[in-house]
Design a protein around this ligand. Structure first.
Ligand code: FAD
Length: 189
């Protein structure tokens, strides 16, 4: 006798929005914290007439994932908890855009090589696997522009916009005026 659950049954047990990793298990760093919340799972369960075991399963998985039992959870992980896909994303974009904003206008060959290496490593090392895979495709068709600060800031802004578009977020104006205002100088008034 085996404990294996058929793939089709397994898929039905996951709350909408929960992302599975390459191993087929819930991927904590690929999923927004709100989608791990039992409260959300309960709501989703009610609205889609899922069986009652669905709510329990979501709650158990949330606990298994290491999140606390608090009945009213915030939308972002509490301080001291591991990041979710959104916190990791915001922190990564902050690092990348700020680094681009302070990148030299005329980088040395070594600086260019280091920047190229940093950016081409992301699709391999970024822990959110589906984010990394999409970024890899994106970078393949748009190789990093490491020629100088202006080119790099625009390149990065455009890559970020591709993710924004995928997620239905607003598209950012990629002119150097706007990227500098956001990541280096602040608003002029
Ligand atoms: P963020 O998108 O994190 O942006 C932070 C701030 O940057 C914004 O407040 C804005 O002021 C500024 N900004 C926005 N757009 C631009 C731009 N184009 N140029 C310059 N500045 C800008 N999440 C998923 O759910 N699925 C994914 O596949 C996914 N892929 C990702 C891939 C990468 C490489 C990274 C770094 C993150 C990815 N994320 C993904 C996370 C996602 O992009 C967001 O970071 C997350 O949803 C939080 O969004 P946010 O609204 O707080 O703002």
């Amino acid at each position: 006798m085996t404990n294996a659950t058929p793939e089709s049954t397994k898929a039905k047990q996951f709350p909408p929005g929960m992302i599975l990793g390459p191993d087929g298990k819930p991927c904590k760093i690929c999923t927004a914290f709100r989608n791990w919340k039992p409260d959300t799972a309960a709501k989703n369960s009610e609205s889609s007439n899922k069986p009652s075991s669905f709510t329990a399963t979501a709650g158990v998985m949330s606990e298994l994932a290491g999140f606390t039992k608090a009945s009213s959870r915030p939308d972002t992980p509490p301080e001291g908890c591991p990041p979710d896909v959104e916190q990791l994303g915001r922190a990564t974009w902050t690092f990348l855009h700020t680094t681009a904003a302070y990148y030299p206008d005329r980088p040395t060959p070594r600086q260019k090589a280091n920047m190229y290496s940093l950016l081409s490593s992301l699709p391999i090392l970024y822990p959110c696997t589906h984010c990394a895979a999409d970024l890899g495709e994106n970078v393949k068709s748009h190789p990093p522009d490491v020629s100088g600060r202006v080119g790099l800031s625009r390149w990065l802004c455009e890559r970020h916009n591709e993710v924004n578009e995928k997620l239905g977020k607003p598209i950012f104006d990629c002119s150097i005026k706007k990227t500098d205002e956001r990541w280096k100088d602040g608003p002029s008034d």
